[in-house]
Ligand binder design. Structure first.
Ligand SMILES: Cc1ncc(COP(=O)(O)O)c(C=O)c1O
Length: 378
């Protein structure tokens, strides 16, 4: 069996007409700017905010790294606040940092699970700070019936993490609209740069349904890719680690717009939730779970478990055809080590299992069986 890390594309989506239902937030937001990837959005947002050196941004110590690179590249200074083992901020430490003076609170909703927005919005009000929600991992998730990304002044999304699109990042401006962002001159990425990753998404889907055929076609696609590289077809990676200033003005490709607009939001959320709950039930006494509650409205990105050795566990699961991901092994050098012990714990132990909209109940049960027999308890 093969359970891919990411949701795949089916060719039929190209023949669907746009969804007839109203688009939910953030797709319906009044001020949306679409980028090739979310780090471009973060960079341009911080450029437009033009923060002074004595106006630091408070950023969680538990982060991917690309968002931090984008903030730094835009010239902003950063102070890190601690994240506890339950994936929530240490509110006491964060309050101290707010009191010491900061202009922006940058919040990350991990794996689709909401941060404590009541407390965080109150802090921003009290200390007159801007709030930015990084929803790279939390598209279509809600807290108390309100969409994540709608609490803040600005929010960013990484579309390709939840939807079967080869690229796409979104910046939403909820309150004060920055004219610099309205005047950006963005260049859509070329068709060929999108076609390769698009084909890969289709092959992944095929492979998850028919492993042998999908594997053969994937090998064929890799050969075609090598020919494309030799012919100089430009590719801009997504999901990689790094920040490339020469690519920040690239926007989402036109056919990704079409795919995003026609996606079945309710179906995606429902399938992710039911896969999460099924896996939670199956692993309740056989793995160390990180997020046990699934509140109404949460659209989970992955199913996180805590394992003693991430690399060994991921390799063992890949051997069984399961696209497990080592979640955020490394962060910014200023935010690692003894000063942030809980963050280090999370970096050392969190492993993600796929529960996206393409994963079937049979695949969930297969994953549970493998995790159980590998005895991955922390
Ligand atoms: C929390 C978070 N923010 C921002 C980003 C940037 O996303 P993108 O790959 O679309 O640039 C990522 C991933 O790289 C992320 O995990």
């Amino acid at each position: 069996m093969y359970v891919p890390t990411w949701q795949g594309l089916t060719p039929t989506v190209f023949f669907q007409s746009g969804s007839m239902t109203a688009r939910p937030f953030p797709l319906s937001a009044a001020h949306c700017t679409y980028f090739y990837r979310a780090r471009n959005a973060i960079y341009h947002l911080f450029r437009a905010l033009s923060l002074k050196p004595d106006q630091p941004v408070l950023v969680p110590a538990f982060h991917h790294g690309n968002e931090v690179r984008a903030i730094r590249a835009a010239g902003a200074s950063i102070r890190f606040y601690p994240i506890l083992r339950n994936l929530e901020p240490d509110l006491e430490a964060l309050t101290k940092l707010c009191r010491a003076g900061a202009r922006v609170l940058f919040v990350i909703h991990y794996l689709g699970f909401p941060q404590p927005m009541k407390e965080l919005t109150a802090l921003c009000r009290q200390y007159d700070m801007l709030l930015i929600e990084d929803c790279a991992l939390a598209l279509f998730s809600e807290a108390d019936g309100q969409p994540l990304g709608s609490f803040a002044d600005y929010s960013v999304y990484c579309l390709y993490k939840t939807l079967p699109v080869p690229n796409g990042g979104l910046l939403v401006q909820n309150h004060q609209v920055l004219t610099e962002l309205s005047n950006l001159e963005l260049t859509p990425c070329g068709f060929l740069a999108t076609a390769g990753p698009g084909l890969q998404l289709m092959l992944e889907r095929l492979r998850s349904r028919s492993n042998g055929l999908g594997e053969t076609l994937s090998a064929l696609k890799r050969s075609v890719g090598r020919v494309g590289s030799a012919l100089g077809v430009e590719r801009i990676p997504v999901g990689d680690i790094g920040f490339d200033l020469s690519r920040v003005n690239t926007s989402m490709s036109p056919w990704c717009h079409r795919l995003v607009q026609s996606c079945d939001v309710a179906g995606i959320r429902e399938r992710r939730r039911s896969n999460f709950l099924r896996l939670r039930r199956a692993l309740a006494h056989h793995a160390t779970l990180l997020c046990t509650e699934l509140e109404a409205g949460v659209c989970p990105l992955f199913f996180p478990i805590l394992v003693p050795n991430k690399r060994a566990a991921a390799e063992a699961l890949w051997q069984c055809g399961i696209g497990a991901v080592e979640f955020w092994n490394e962060g910014d050098s200023e935010a690692t080590g003894e000063a942030f012990p809980d963050t280090q714990f999370l970096r050392d132990h969190v492993l993600e299992l796929p529960i996206h909209q393409d994963v079937t109940a049979e695949q969930v049960d297969y994953m549970a069986d493998q995790v159980r027999s590998l005895k991955l308890h922390l």
